[in-house]
Design a protein around this ligand. Structure first.
Ligand code: ATP
Ligand code: MG
Length: 397
Protein backbone atom coordinates (compact mmCIF):
# COMPACT_ATOMS: atom_id res chain seq x y z
CA UNK A 1 0.00 0.00 0.00
CA UNK A 2 2.67 2.45 1.09
CA UNK A 3 4.93 1.23 -1.65
CA UNK A 4 2.20 1.86 -4.17
CA UNK A 5 1.76 5.34 -2.83
CA UNK A 6 5.48 6.06 -3.09
CA UNK A 7 5.59 4.61 -6.58
CA UNK A 8 2.76 6.85 -7.54
CA UNK A 9 4.52 9.84 -6.07
CA UNK A 10 7.69 9.02 -7.96
CA UNK A 11 5.82 8.50 -11.16
CA UNK A 12 6.82 4.86 -11.39
CA UNK A 13 3.48 3.47 -12.50
CA UNK A 14 3.52 5.45 -15.71
CA UNK A 15 6.94 4.11 -16.61
CA UNK A 16 5.62 0.68 -15.78
CA UNK A 17 2.57 1.25 -17.89
CA UNK A 18 4.72 2.20 -20.84
CA UNK A 19 6.75 -0.94 -20.38
CA UNK A 20 3.66 -3.08 -20.13
CA UNK A 21 2.35 -1.61 -23.32
CA UNK A 22 5.11 -1.48 -25.92
CA UNK A 23 2.45 -1.80 -28.59
CA UNK A 24 1.23 1.73 -28.01
CA UNK A 25 -2.35 2.81 -28.21
CA UNK A 26 -4.48 3.47 -31.27
CA UNK A 27 -5.22 7.16 -31.68
CA UNK A 28 -7.25 8.42 -34.63
CA UNK A 29 -6.47 11.95 -35.71
CA UNK A 30 -8.82 14.01 -37.87
CA UNK A 31 -7.82 16.35 -40.65
CA UNK A 32 -8.43 19.44 -38.53
CA UNK A 33 -5.49 18.34 -36.40
CA UNK A 34 -3.12 16.65 -38.87
CA UNK A 35 -3.82 19.03 -41.75
CA UNK A 36 -2.66 16.76 -44.58
CA UNK A 37 -3.29 18.39 -47.94
CA UNK A 38 -5.06 15.80 -50.14
CA UNK A 39 -3.68 17.43 -53.28
CA UNK A 40 -0.23 16.04 -52.35
CA UNK A 41 -1.61 12.51 -52.64
CA UNK A 42 -0.85 10.19 -55.47
CA UNK A 43 -4.03 9.11 -57.32
CA UNK A 44 -2.76 5.61 -57.83
CA UNK A 45 -1.93 5.06 -54.19
CA UNK A 46 -5.44 6.22 -53.31
CA UNK A 47 -6.84 3.83 -55.90
CA UNK A 48 -4.90 0.92 -54.41
CA UNK A 49 -6.27 1.72 -50.96
CA UNK A 50 -9.78 1.99 -52.35
CA UNK A 51 -9.59 -1.30 -54.24
CA UNK A 52 -8.46 -3.06 -51.09
CA UNK A 53 -11.10 -1.50 -48.84
CA UNK A 54 -13.82 -2.16 -51.43
CA UNK A 55 -12.82 -5.81 -51.23
CA UNK A 56 -13.35 -5.69 -47.47
CA UNK A 57 -9.74 -5.34 -46.33
CA UNK A 58 -8.14 -2.65 -44.19
CA UNK A 59 -5.68 -0.50 -46.14
CA UNK A 60 -3.70 2.63 -45.44
CA UNK A 61 -0.96 4.73 -46.92
CA UNK A 62 1.94 4.18 -44.56
CA UNK A 63 5.51 4.98 -43.64
CA UNK A 64 7.62 7.72 -45.15
CA UNK A 65 4.81 8.98 -47.38
CA UNK A 66 2.61 9.87 -44.40
CA UNK A 67 5.55 11.48 -42.64
CA UNK A 68 6.33 13.61 -45.69
CA UNK A 69 2.65 14.53 -46.17
CA UNK A 70 2.47 15.70 -42.57
CA UNK A 71 5.48 17.90 -43.18
CA UNK A 72 3.80 19.33 -46.28
CA UNK A 73 6.19 17.62 -48.69
CA UNK A 74 5.12 15.66 -51.77
CA UNK A 75 6.25 12.06 -51.15
CA UNK A 76 8.53 10.55 -53.77
CA UNK A 77 6.90 7.18 -53.44
CA UNK A 78 3.92 5.64 -51.75
CA UNK A 79 3.66 2.50 -49.68
CA UNK A 80 0.40 0.87 -48.70
CA UNK A 81 -0.13 -1.45 -45.74
CA UNK A 82 -3.06 -3.84 -45.53
CA UNK A 83 -4.37 -6.88 -43.72
CA UNK A 84 -4.76 -8.69 -47.06
CA UNK A 85 -2.10 -11.34 -47.72
CA UNK A 86 0.22 -10.92 -50.74
CA UNK A 87 -1.81 -13.51 -52.66
CA UNK A 88 -5.05 -11.68 -51.88
CA UNK A 89 -3.53 -8.36 -52.95
CA UNK A 90 -2.21 -9.85 -56.17
CA UNK A 91 -5.67 -11.19 -56.98
CA UNK A 92 -7.19 -7.69 -56.90
CA UNK A 93 -4.94 -5.97 -59.46
CA UNK A 94 -4.26 -6.53 -63.11
CA UNK A 95 -0.51 -6.01 -62.87
CA UNK A 96 0.77 -7.04 -59.48
CA UNK A 97 3.86 -9.04 -58.59
CA UNK A 98 4.85 -10.69 -55.36
CA UNK A 99 8.50 -9.95 -54.71
CA UNK A 100 11.05 -10.50 -51.96
CA UNK A 101 11.87 -13.48 -49.79
CA UNK A 102 13.03 -12.11 -46.51
CA UNK A 103 10.17 -9.70 -46.74
CA UNK A 104 7.41 -10.59 -49.21
CA UNK A 105 5.55 -7.62 -50.63
CA UNK A 106 3.45 -6.87 -53.70
CA UNK A 107 4.34 -4.39 -56.40
CA UNK A 108 1.23 -2.97 -58.02
CA UNK A 109 2.32 -1.45 -61.31
CA UNK A 110 0.63 1.31 -63.30
CA UNK A 111 1.70 2.69 -66.66
CA UNK A 112 4.59 1.53 -68.80
CA UNK A 113 8.15 2.41 -69.68
CA UNK A 114 9.72 5.44 -68.10
CA UNK A 115 6.35 6.68 -66.88
CA UNK A 116 5.51 3.57 -64.92
CA UNK A 117 4.79 3.80 -61.25
CA UNK A 118 5.00 1.15 -58.57
CA UNK A 119 2.93 1.16 -55.40
CA UNK A 120 4.41 -1.17 -52.80
CA UNK A 121 1.80 -3.05 -50.83
CA UNK A 122 2.86 -4.87 -47.69
CA UNK A 123 0.83 -7.01 -45.37
CA UNK A 124 0.67 -5.99 -41.69
CA UNK A 125 3.42 -7.90 -39.95
CA UNK A 126 3.42 -9.44 -36.51
CA UNK A 127 5.97 -8.58 -33.86
CA UNK A 128 8.72 -11.06 -33.19
CA UNK A 129 7.14 -13.76 -31.08
CA UNK A 130 9.46 -13.29 -28.10
CA UNK A 131 8.81 -9.55 -28.11
CA UNK A 132 5.06 -9.77 -28.18
CA UNK A 133 4.15 -13.04 -26.54
CA UNK A 134 3.15 -11.47 -23.25
CA UNK A 135 1.08 -8.73 -24.68
CA UNK A 136 -0.79 -10.31 -27.51
CA UNK A 137 -1.18 -13.98 -26.78
CA UNK A 138 -4.77 -14.97 -27.17
CA UNK A 139 -6.12 -12.12 -29.23
CA UNK A 140 -4.55 -12.50 -32.62
CA UNK A 141 -4.17 -16.21 -32.96
CA UNK A 142 -6.09 -16.46 -36.20
CA UNK A 143 -3.80 -14.33 -38.29
CA UNK A 144 -0.71 -15.97 -36.88
CA UNK A 145 -2.09 -19.47 -37.28
CA UNK A 146 -2.70 -18.76 -40.93
CA UNK A 147 1.01 -18.60 -41.46
CA UNK A 148 1.95 -21.52 -39.25
CA UNK A 149 5.37 -22.83 -40.14
CA UNK A 150 6.63 -19.56 -41.59
CA UNK A 151 7.91 -18.04 -38.40
CA UNK A 152 10.58 -15.41 -38.01
CA UNK A 153 14.13 -16.57 -38.34
CA UNK A 154 16.62 -14.73 -36.18
CA UNK A 155 20.39 -15.21 -36.19
CA UNK A 156 22.78 -15.36 -33.24
CA UNK A 157 23.20 -11.57 -33.15
CA UNK A 158 19.48 -11.01 -32.99
CA UNK A 159 19.11 -9.98 -36.62
CA UNK A 160 15.93 -10.88 -38.42
CA UNK A 161 16.62 -13.04 -41.45
CA UNK A 162 13.15 -13.97 -42.56
CA UNK A 163 10.04 -12.24 -41.66
CA UNK A 164 6.67 -13.12 -43.12
CA UNK A 165 4.32 -13.57 -40.18
CA UNK A 166 1.19 -11.51 -40.57
CA UNK A 167 -0.36 -9.72 -37.61
CA UNK A 168 -2.71 -6.91 -36.67
CA UNK A 169 -2.01 -3.27 -37.46
CA UNK A 170 -0.99 -2.50 -33.88
CA UNK A 171 1.88 -4.98 -34.18
CA UNK A 172 2.81 -3.76 -37.62
CA UNK A 173 3.18 -0.29 -36.14
CA UNK A 174 5.39 -1.48 -33.28
CA UNK A 175 7.78 -3.18 -35.71
CA UNK A 176 8.49 -0.03 -37.67
CA UNK A 177 11.58 1.94 -36.74
CA UNK A 178 10.81 5.55 -35.87
CA UNK A 179 7.55 6.99 -34.52
CA UNK A 180 7.19 9.33 -37.52
CA UNK A 181 7.51 6.31 -39.81
CA UNK A 182 4.71 4.41 -38.10
CA UNK A 183 1.75 6.53 -39.10
CA UNK A 184 -1.13 5.26 -41.23
CA UNK A 185 -3.28 7.47 -43.41
CA UNK A 186 -6.74 6.59 -44.63
CA UNK A 187 -7.26 8.86 -47.64
CA UNK A 188 -10.98 8.19 -47.85
CA UNK A 189 -11.74 9.28 -44.29
CA UNK A 190 -8.75 11.64 -44.18
CA UNK A 191 -7.74 9.98 -40.96
CA UNK A 192 -4.28 9.45 -39.48
CA UNK A 193 -3.82 6.45 -37.21
CA UNK A 194 -1.00 6.91 -34.70
CA UNK A 195 0.09 4.34 -32.09
CA UNK A 196 3.36 5.86 -30.87
CA UNK A 197 2.96 9.61 -30.75
CA UNK A 198 4.45 10.05 -34.21
CA UNK A 199 2.28 13.05 -34.95
CA UNK A 200 3.55 14.94 -31.91
CA UNK A 201 7.14 13.98 -32.77
CA UNK A 202 6.68 15.21 -36.33
CA UNK A 203 5.48 18.54 -34.97
CA UNK A 204 8.45 18.75 -32.62
CA UNK A 205 10.82 17.55 -35.35
CA UNK A 206 12.11 14.71 -33.23
CA UNK A 207 13.27 11.31 -34.45
CA UNK A 208 12.37 8.77 -31.80
CA UNK A 209 12.85 5.01 -31.97
CA UNK A 210 9.84 2.86 -31.19
CA UNK A 211 10.65 0.47 -28.32
CA UNK A 212 14.09 0.03 -26.80
CA UNK A 213 16.63 1.67 -29.13
CA UNK A 214 19.51 -0.65 -28.24
CA UNK A 215 17.42 -3.75 -29.00
CA UNK A 216 16.09 -2.25 -32.20
CA UNK A 217 19.59 -1.40 -33.51
CA UNK A 218 20.72 -4.93 -32.73
CA UNK A 219 17.79 -6.39 -34.66
CA UNK A 220 18.79 -4.31 -37.65
CA UNK A 221 21.89 -2.09 -37.46
CA UNK A 222 20.90 -0.33 -40.68
CA UNK A 223 18.41 1.62 -38.57
CA UNK A 224 21.45 3.61 -37.41
CA UNK A 225 22.08 4.81 -40.95
CA UNK A 226 18.38 5.44 -41.40
CA UNK A 227 18.44 7.69 -38.33
CA UNK A 228 21.21 9.72 -39.93
CA UNK A 229 19.29 9.91 -43.21
CA UNK A 230 16.06 11.09 -41.64
CA UNK A 231 17.79 13.59 -39.36
CA UNK A 232 19.57 15.12 -42.36
CA UNK A 233 16.66 14.99 -44.75
CA UNK A 234 13.99 16.23 -42.37
CA UNK A 235 16.12 18.50 -40.21
CA UNK A 236 15.01 16.48 -37.15
CA UNK A 237 16.88 16.04 -33.88
CA UNK A 238 17.62 12.49 -32.86
CA UNK A 239 16.01 12.15 -29.44
CA UNK A 240 18.67 11.48 -26.72
CA UNK A 241 17.60 7.91 -25.82
CA UNK A 242 17.48 7.06 -29.51
CA UNK A 243 20.91 8.56 -30.02
CA UNK A 244 22.60 7.04 -26.95
CA UNK A 245 23.28 3.46 -28.17
CA UNK A 246 24.39 4.48 -31.67
CA UNK A 247 28.11 4.68 -30.90
CA UNK A 248 28.25 1.20 -29.40
CA UNK A 249 25.89 -0.41 -31.90
CA UNK A 250 27.71 1.08 -34.89
CA UNK A 251 30.21 -1.80 -34.69
CA UNK A 252 27.35 -4.11 -35.72
CA UNK A 253 27.24 -2.44 -39.11
CA UNK A 254 30.26 -4.58 -39.96
CA UNK A 255 27.90 -7.59 -40.12
CA UNK A 256 25.53 -5.99 -42.60
CA UNK A 257 25.93 -7.30 -46.15
CA UNK A 258 28.03 -4.90 -48.22
CA UNK A 259 25.36 -4.54 -50.87
CA UNK A 260 22.74 -3.38 -48.36
CA UNK A 261 25.17 -0.86 -46.85
CA UNK A 262 26.01 0.36 -50.31
CA UNK A 263 22.32 0.92 -51.09
CA UNK A 264 21.89 2.80 -47.81
CA UNK A 265 24.86 5.01 -48.57
CA UNK A 266 23.40 5.91 -51.95
CA UNK A 267 20.05 6.73 -50.35
CA UNK A 268 21.80 8.81 -47.74
CA UNK A 269 23.66 10.83 -50.31
CA UNK A 270 20.68 11.30 -52.58
CA UNK A 271 18.19 12.69 -50.08
CA UNK A 272 18.85 16.16 -51.45
CA UNK A 273 20.92 16.83 -48.32
CA UNK A 274 24.19 15.07 -48.98
CA UNK A 275 26.42 17.56 -47.18
CA UNK A 276 24.02 17.65 -44.22
CA UNK A 277 24.14 13.85 -44.22
CA UNK A 278 27.94 13.89 -44.03
CA UNK A 279 27.73 16.35 -41.15
CA UNK A 280 25.21 14.15 -39.36
CA UNK A 281 27.37 11.05 -39.90
CA UNK A 282 30.25 12.94 -38.37
CA UNK A 283 28.11 14.02 -35.43
CA UNK A 284 27.24 10.37 -34.75
CA UNK A 285 30.87 9.25 -35.11
CA UNK A 286 30.09 7.21 -38.24
CA UNK A 287 31.78 9.13 -40.97
CA UNK A 288 34.80 6.82 -41.13
CA UNK A 289 35.00 3.05 -41.01
CA UNK A 290 31.44 2.36 -42.13
CA UNK A 291 31.40 3.05 -45.85
CA UNK A 292 34.61 2.22 -47.75
CA UNK A 293 33.75 4.82 -50.38
CA UNK A 294 33.58 7.61 -47.83
CA UNK A 295 36.86 6.42 -46.36
CA UNK A 296 38.42 6.90 -49.79
CA UNK A 297 37.15 10.41 -50.03
CA UNK A 298 37.45 12.02 -46.62
CA UNK A 299 40.47 13.05 -44.65
CA UNK A 300 41.40 11.69 -41.22
CA UNK A 301 38.98 13.99 -39.45
CA UNK A 302 36.16 13.03 -41.76
CA UNK A 303 36.08 16.25 -43.73
CA UNK A 304 36.24 16.77 -47.44
CA UNK A 305 39.86 17.30 -48.32
CA UNK A 306 40.88 20.90 -48.75
CA UNK A 307 42.09 21.95 -52.16
CA UNK A 308 40.79 21.07 -55.62
CA UNK A 309 40.02 17.39 -54.89
CA UNK A 310 37.67 18.21 -52.01
CA UNK A 311 36.21 21.15 -53.88
CA UNK A 312 35.38 18.86 -56.79
CA UNK A 313 33.41 16.47 -54.57
CA UNK A 314 31.69 19.35 -52.82
CA UNK A 315 30.53 20.67 -56.19
CA UNK A 316 29.23 17.24 -57.19
CA UNK A 317 27.30 17.00 -53.91
CA UNK A 318 25.87 20.49 -54.22
CA UNK A 319 24.84 19.77 -57.78
CA UNK A 320 23.12 16.54 -56.70
CA UNK A 321 21.31 18.29 -53.84
CA UNK A 322 20.13 21.02 -56.18
CA UNK A 323 18.85 18.49 -58.71
CA UNK A 324 16.93 16.59 -56.02
CA UNK A 325 15.37 19.82 -54.77
CA UNK A 326 14.32 20.73 -58.28
CA UNK A 327 12.78 17.30 -58.74
CA UNK A 328 15.21 16.35 -61.49
CA UNK A 329 16.78 12.95 -61.77
CA UNK A 330 20.06 12.16 -60.07
CA UNK A 331 22.52 9.51 -61.05
CA UNK A 332 24.36 7.43 -58.45
CA UNK A 333 27.03 6.57 -61.00
CA UNK A 334 27.92 10.23 -61.57
CA UNK A 335 28.07 10.93 -57.86
CA UNK A 336 30.16 7.85 -57.13
CA UNK A 337 32.48 8.58 -60.04
CA UNK A 338 33.12 12.03 -58.57
CA UNK A 339 33.61 10.66 -55.07
CA UNK A 340 36.19 8.12 -56.16
CA UNK A 341 37.88 10.23 -58.81
CA UNK A 342 40.72 11.37 -56.61
CA UNK A 343 41.61 7.80 -55.78
CA UNK A 344 41.37 6.71 -59.42
CA UNK A 345 43.58 9.64 -60.34
CA UNK A 346 46.20 8.79 -57.69
CA UNK A 347 46.39 5.18 -58.75
CA UNK A 348 46.37 6.09 -62.42
CA UNK A 349 49.31 8.43 -61.90
CA UNK A 350 51.21 5.79 -59.99
CA UNK A 351 50.61 3.09 -62.61
CA UNK A 352 51.66 5.44 -65.42
CA UNK A 353 54.82 6.33 -63.55
CA UNK A 354 55.53 2.60 -63.55
CA UNK A 355 55.70 2.79 -67.36
CA UNK A 356 52.19 1.71 -68.35
CA UNK A 357 50.61 3.67 -71.28
CA UNK A 358 47.88 6.18 -70.43
CA UNK A 359 44.70 4.33 -71.31
CA UNK A 360 45.52 0.83 -70.02
CA UNK A 361 46.89 2.48 -66.86
CA UNK A 362 43.55 4.18 -66.29
CA UNK A 363 41.70 0.95 -66.82
CA UNK A 364 43.92 -0.79 -64.28
CA UNK A 365 43.45 2.02 -61.79
CA UNK A 366 39.69 1.71 -62.15
CA UNK A 367 39.83 -2.04 -61.51
CA UNK A 368 41.86 -1.43 -58.36
CA UNK A 369 39.44 1.16 -57.04
CA UNK A 370 36.46 -1.11 -57.71
CA UNK A 371 38.15 -3.92 -55.85
CA UNK A 372 39.13 -1.75 -52.91
CA UNK A 373 35.97 0.29 -52.45
CA UNK A 374 33.00 -1.31 -54.09
CA UNK A 375 33.82 -4.99 -54.09
CA UNK A 376 31.70 -7.66 -55.60
CA UNK A 377 28.29 -6.10 -55.56
CA UNK A 378 26.11 -8.24 -57.72
CA UNK A 379 23.31 -6.70 -59.70
CA UNK A 380 25.21 -3.43 -60.08
CA UNK A 381 26.52 -4.11 -63.57
CA UNK A 382 24.97 -1.01 -65.08
CA UNK A 383 26.27 1.24 -62.35
CA UNK A 384 29.81 -0.05 -62.70
CA UNK A 385 29.67 0.28 -66.50
CA UNK A 386 28.47 3.87 -66.23
CA UNK A 387 31.17 4.79 -63.73
CA UNK A 388 33.84 3.23 -65.90
CA UNK A 389 32.55 5.14 -68.90
CA UNK A 390 32.68 8.46 -67.03
CA UNK A 391 36.25 7.80 -65.90
CA UNK A 392 37.49 6.49 -69.23
CA UNK A 393 36.40 9.76 -70.83
CA UNK A 394 38.88 11.70 -68.70
CA UNK A 395 42.03 11.27 -70.85
CA UNK A 396 40.22 13.22 -73.57
CA UNK A 397 40.06 16.35 -71.43
P1 ATP B 1 12.01 7.36 -47.74
O1 ATP B 1 11.29 8.64 -47.80
O2 ATP B 1 13.47 7.55 -47.80
O3 ATP B 1 11.51 6.32 -48.69
P2 ATP B 1 10.75 5.70 -45.77
O4 ATP B 1 10.46 5.96 -44.33
O5 ATP B 1 9.58 5.56 -46.67
O6 ATP B 1 11.75 6.83 -46.26
P3 ATP B 1 11.47 3.09 -46.64
O7 ATP B 1 12.81 2.43 -46.63
O8 ATP B 1 10.79 3.35 -47.92
O9 ATP B 1 11.65 4.43 -45.81
O10 ATP B 1 10.55 2.19 -45.70
C1 ATP B 1 9.15 2.36 -45.59
C2 ATP B 1 8.71 2.13 -44.14
O11 ATP B 1 9.01 0.81 -43.73
C3 ATP B 1 9.40 3.03 -43.13
O12 ATP B 1 8.75 4.27 -43.01
C4 ATP B 1 9.31 2.22 -41.86
O13 ATP B 1 8.03 2.31 -41.28
C5 ATP B 1 9.46 0.80 -42.38
N1 ATP B 1 10.88 0.37 -42.37
C6 ATP B 1 11.75 0.41 -43.40
N2 ATP B 1 12.94 -0.07 -43.06
C7 ATP B 1 12.84 -0.43 -41.76
C8 ATP B 1 13.74 -1.00 -40.82
N3 ATP B 1 15.00 -1.28 -41.16
N4 ATP B 1 13.27 -1.24 -39.58
C9 ATP B 1 11.99 -0.96 -39.25
N5 ATP B 1 11.10 -0.43 -40.07
C10 ATP B 1 11.51 -0.16 -41.32
MG1 MG C 1 9.60 5.04 -48.77
Amino acid sequence: MIKKFIDKLLGKPSAKAAKANPLGKRVEVQVAEHGIDPSLLDERAVKVVQTLTDAGFEAYIVGGAVRDLLLGMRPKDFDVATNATPEQVKGLFRRAFIIGRRFRIVHVVYGRGREHEVIEVSTFRALLVNESADQVSGNEKTSKAELAGKSHVVDAEGRVLRDNVWGPQIEDAARRDYTVNALYYDPQRQLVVDYHGGLADAKKKVLRMIGDPDTRYREDPVRIIRAVRFAAKLGFDVEPKTRAPIKVCAALLANVPASRLFDEMIKLLQTGHSLASLAELKKQGLVRGVFPILDAMLDEKGDLASGPAGEFVRMAFEDTDRRVREGRGVSPSFMLACMLWREVLDRWTRIREGGEPTVPALSMAIDEVFDARIGDISGRGKLATDMREIWMMQPRF
